[in-house]
Design a protein around this ligand. Structure first.
Ligand code: 5GP
Ligand code: ZN
Length: 114
């Protein structure tokens, strides 16, 4: 997708602070962190949001959550805890139309973060 910010991050057109990368998944630090730790995990395939997922994407979504598990252990938030959020659509406040999961951690959180 030519006008997608996250596709541009995937192909290196826009620089990012990469935390994890494999052939299907990329994780990088959010440019405007809402918590001390704020990482975004995205599929390299352009999928707009959760509502656009197809059955063929099941393995990919499973992989994303395995990566979240692995990043959480690597950066040491597996014991203290963290939140995973995916905003879907306008009323949820989704601003980037490329499926992404926020990992938020680093301090005790209330109900509303993002
Ligand atoms: P949404 O509001 O769609 O759930 O989340 C989009 C997230 O992408 C926001 O937290 C925003 O700060 C982040 N973001 C937007 N543009 C960029 C960018 O160019 N680089 C990085 N690293 N994060 C971005
Ligand atoms: Zn995209």
């Amino acid at each position: 997708m030519d006008d997608c910010i996250f596709c541009k991050i995937i192909n290196g057109e826009i620089p990012s602070d990469i935390v994890y990368e494999d052939e299907n998944v990329l994780a990088f630090k959010d440019i405007n962190p809402q918590m001390p730790i704020h990482i975004l995990i995205i599929p390299k395939k352009h999928i707009e949001s959760i509502i656009d997922l197809k059955s063929e994407d099941e393995t990919l979504v499973g992989k994303i959550f395995t990566v979240i598990n692995s990043i959480a252990r690597d950066i040491g938030i597996d014991k203290t805890g963290f939140r995973v959020i995916s905003n879907c659509g306008e009323n949820a406040g989704q601003t980037v139309k490329h499926l992404h999961f926020h990992i938020l951690a680093g301090e005790k959180m209330g109900e509303k973060i993002i």
